[in-house]
Design a protein around this ligand. Structure first.
Ligand code: BG6
Length: 481
């Protein structure tokens, strides 16, 4: 290990993200001795707090973890410090900088983590830039930016410009926590570490692809944020577009950040502008009564979209994407449905077709992979039945708990590996696609807002989106199969 100090400065230290995700992740990494030796964590936010007070507040978020150990915590806590200040106040930031500089020895690498509400990004970045805190004279300087990254193409571009006043692109780590999920990374391994799938991963063999990211929770206490965002900005622009890119992209020449991101951006660029008639938007019943939600709100809590990718691999293969809150279950899954073989000699009955082979990539919560294929029914001459070949992480990797996405992402940012972070062109292209749908929805002739009862799989119109193409949505993971 190097002698350099690694400092993680968390802006928004008293916020939810810090308590729920960042500190527990850093604690686990520390306990597993995966953080560089001289790592210190400095929390920065407005309230005046003593170091010990701050440490005490964080402890209660780590204590419930099964990995909690008092001695390890006590040692870890000694690496945590606190500096109070406003984000756009350069004097406060100078004080933080002087405090940190005093703790740092030798080469000092710094990761600035913007765990604040997005309206504070610009002020914070401008102050960091103005104070020269992005300069890499004595060690590297990196900045982690949380989502939402902008609210449309224009604001995302503006934010990129603010960032680039001080930080070059290779110093920027834009988080999409889906990329930190073990099972999302496994999409790449599954596709490219196995010889048998890639040759059939194209329009000649694949009938269509479905991506479902459903949540059973509703907007809960987040009405204020959510009503301004809606499902397209909250889930599609980032998580669903990233899943789409990983499923559909060409093989990268390596897993190195730019090689991977070049391929993702290429496939996103090949997405045909989405037709508004290929979309469905809906609100769950009761959404308008949620706290923070405008009673006349037109914000969708559910959307389903059909899109096409205009390249050699995917021309004319529909990709159906859906996501929503207050649905019948929580599941993130990708279904790849293969074309049907000719039904020549099977005893199917009039007008019936053979069931297609279906590959289901279960991202969460029942992490695994299932492959549905047809088999002969014993003692019958020509009857077939669909059966599943199943892989579950929980049984194949019994002794290995799946790490939280933030552990992997924090470590990668410290190690300078940006492969699981989104590059500016990816973000901008995703916004371009989403903006197209949003502006379509604002036109008078747009599809009307639908509604759906809490605890269902969404509105009837979303079923029709597939039914019109002779297809059905599938849930093949977890208890909802
Ligand atoms: C976040 C969204 O990015 O992802 C939330 O802002 C959503 O609205 C969450 O609930 C879902 O993440 P996960 O990891 O629980 O699927």
């Amino acid at each position: 290990m190097s002698d350099a100090t690694h400092t993680i400065v968390i802006f928004g230290a008293s916020g939810d993200l810090t308590k729920r995700k960042l500190i527990p992740a850093l604690y686990h990494l520390y306990a597993q001795e995966r953080l560089p030796d001289n790592t210190i964590i400095v929390g920065y936010s407005r309230s005046a707090l003593a170091h010990d007070e701050f440490r005490g507040r964080l402890r209660e978020w780590v204590e419930p973890s099964s990995e909690f150990n008092v001695e390890t915590w006590d040692r870890f806590a000694q690496t945590i410090f606190y500096s109070a200040g406003n984000l756009d106040n350069t004097d406060d930031l100078k004080r933080m900088d002087a405090f940190v500089a005093d703790k740092e020895q030798g080469t000092a690498n710094r990761l600035y983590y913007l765990a604040v509400a997005p309206e504070f990004y610009e002020g914070a970045l401008n102050s960091l830039n103005a104070l020269g805190l992005a300069q890499q004279d004595n060690g590297w300087r990196r900045v982690v930016v949380e989502k939402p990254f902008g609210t449309n193409l224009e604001t995302a571009r503006a934010l990129n410009q603010v960032i680039h006043k001080g930080f070059s692109e290779d110093q920027v780590y834009r988080i999409d926590h889906y990329l930190g999920k073990e099972t999302v990374q496994n999409l790449l391994f599954f596709r490219f570490a196995n010889a048998i799938y890639e040759p059939i991963w194209n329009r000649s063999y694949i009938d269509h692809v479905q991506i479902t990211v459903s949540e059973s929770v509703d907007v809960e206490q987040r009405g204020d944020y959510y009503d301004k965002a809606g499902v397209l900005r909250d889930m599609f622009q980032n998580h669903l577009m990233q899943l789409l890119a990983l499923v559909a992209m060409e093989p990268p020449i390596s897993l190195q950040a730019d090689a991977l991101r070049n391929e993702k951006v290429k496939v996103l660029r090949a997405v045909r502008p989405i037709k508004v008639t290929d979309t469905v938007r809906a609100q769950y019943e009761g959404y308008l009564e949620a706290r923070g939600v405008d009673p006349g709100s037109q914000t969708p809590t559910y959307a389903a979209i059909k899109l096409f990718i205009d390249n050699w691999r995917w021309q004319d293969v529909p990709f159906y994407l859906r996501s929503g809150k207050a649905l019948a279950g929580k599941t993130s899954e990708i279904v790849v449905q293969f074309r049907r073989p000719p039904s020549l000699f099977f005893n199917l009955g009039r007008g019936k077709q053979l069931e297609p082979n279906v590959l289901s990539l279960c991202i969460q919560p029942d992490e695994g992979i299932h492959f549905r294929f047809l088999t002969k029914v014993p003692n019958e001459v020509s009857e077939v039945q669909a059966v599943d070949m199943d892989f579950h992480y929980r049984s194949s990797f019994k002794d290995t708990a799946l790490p939280d996405a933030y552990e992997r992402l924090l470590l990668d940012a410290i190690n300078g590996d940006a492969a699981l972070f989104t590059r500016e062109d990816e973000i901008e292209r995703s916004w371009e696609l989403i903006d197209g749908v949003l502006s379509g929805w604002n036109k008078p002739q747009a599809q009307p807002m639908q509604s759906y009862p809490h605890g269902t799989w969404g509105p009837e119109e979303a079923e029709m989106l597939l039914a019109d193409d002779g297809r059905v949505w599938r849930i093949n993971c977890g208890d909802h199969r």
